[in-house]
Design a protein around this ligand. Sequence first.
Ligand SMILES: *[C@@H]1O[C@H](CO)[C@@H](O)[C@H](O)[C@H]1NC(C)=O
Ligand SMILES: *[C@@H]1O[C@H](CO)[C@@H](O)[C@H](O)[C@H]1NC(C)=O
Length: 539
Amino acid sequence: MDNKVLAPLVCGFLAVLSSVFVVRAEDPYLYYTWTVTYGTRSPLGVPQQVILINGQFPGPSLEVVTNNNIILNLINKLDQPFLLTWNGIKQRKNSWQDGVLGTNCPIPPNSNYTYKFQAKDQIGTFTYFPSTLFHKAAGGFGALNIYKRAPIPLPYPSPDGDFTLLIGDWYKTNHKVLQGSLDSGKSLPFPDGILINGQAKTSFTGDQGKTYRFRVSNVGLSTSFNFRIQGHVMKLVEVEGSHTIQNTYDSLDVHVGQSVAFLVTLNQAPKDYYIVASTRFSRNVLTATSFLHYSNSHTAASGTPPPAPRYGYHWSMLQARTYRWNLTANAARPNPQGSYHYGKVPVTKTIVLANSPAWINGKQRYAVNRVSYVNPDTPLKLADHFNIQGIFSESAIQIQPSDGPAFVATPVIPTSLHDFIEVVFQNTESTMQSWHLDGYDFWVVGYGSGPWTQAKRSTYNLVDALTRHTAQVYPKSWTAILVSLDNQGMWNLRSAIWERQYLGQQVYVKVWTSVHSLANEYNIPSNVLLCGKAVGRHP
Ligand SMILES: *[C@@H]1O[C@H](CO)[C@@H](O)[C@H](O)[C@H]1NC(C)=O
Ligand SMILES: *[C@@H]1O[C@H](CO)[C@@H](O)[C@H](O)[C@H]1NC(C)=O
């Protein structure tokens, strides 16, 4: 939308000079109308209410090209307010369109909102999902695949086809019942199953000898999974928009909210092969078994489905350290990814965030540095824009862990545009964590066990760590990321584990400068929905 915003400013100038200058065509616009309804499906054999988009479960795949402008009118026919968020889309200068309750008013029932955003300078495998209430437990999610623009070469031969796999844990229980249980102060039970593309079992057909790109995302609520294909290796090529060193793997761990893309060559005898996703690090193991079907196969899959890795957290952490940036590969722009020497940029601020369970008024909640987030009735972004006081606090949360009881608040971490920050996620609990930051991707420079100290910096990968939008943190361990704060706005930093997010394990990061400029942030959209104390204001 750069061009759109700049157009009125420059067109007079260009009119004068148009005989001299060639004006670059504006990036293409794609228009969508999506209607959200309830429907009934039986993914685990029992009929249950699910959320459909245009009648589909999961929702339609958004298949776009880098820099396309997306104009998507979302019509809410549910009985509850609703929003979608675009997981991993950076929304440059445009947190107005992020689709979380801190940036947007939810779309009331029988109403609509038109999102306007650009897939600016991104290539890769992303998703979208509902951010409101506990809707994610009912579906409403889908794939968001961004293909390269014509002049940009991929660092691997174009695959013969794409398979998109949205994999996640699933409950047979209605989303309102699950939410009610959380509201009453109880944790969710272990999920009932794992679905691949909304089904317990499915199959993918390819031709012998050809190479396919598998785009695998964890769209679940709480559980990491391990993914593997009988008799085939997986060559990793992309992680959440980063082109990787192309290592081959027998199996890959994918944590909640994450996406990976890898190539699989159908170089085996023509038959069917098992595709397996099974929960990781869980006492009960849930398994989804599907099929890779060779188009010339007349033989059912046979033998033992490939087993899960024998080793747990340590194995997984070692695997995570092998995910590295291909420094000579192109990014979405035609310059090498590694031309930005992130390891040499001085860190301007270190933020250490410790997660913990919290019992507040006798109810289970979760906290970050002792603060358990609650959504106000007015989105933080709108409160900030209209200068409405008392909605959020820039002093509620400390940027280092401290001792003391947890409390509820609406904390914002203030930062300055062009800061370069180090964020350490310190997991004080014995369960897996997964942290997501909106508006950015970040370098995951280190994973380690035990408490983080400054001395751990000597273990960081400051050369070819990859950038991604969601990082896992192992039990009683830490994960360190570096973030270049080049995107002004109000950005959600949250647990991707949905019970935790819902019960307070999230904050907002305000990236701000006193210079008011469209080069830094777009204007409030003319169709903005207003709610809470922003009702009646004039955008
Ligand atoms: C709702 O949809 C109509 C078109 O049907 C559109 O003109 C309007 O801008 C949409 N509302 C919002 C808030 O985006
Ligand atoms: C890195 O990308 C280049 C293309 O720019 C490719 O030729 C090379 O094979 C890739 N290297 C690795 C190790 O994956």
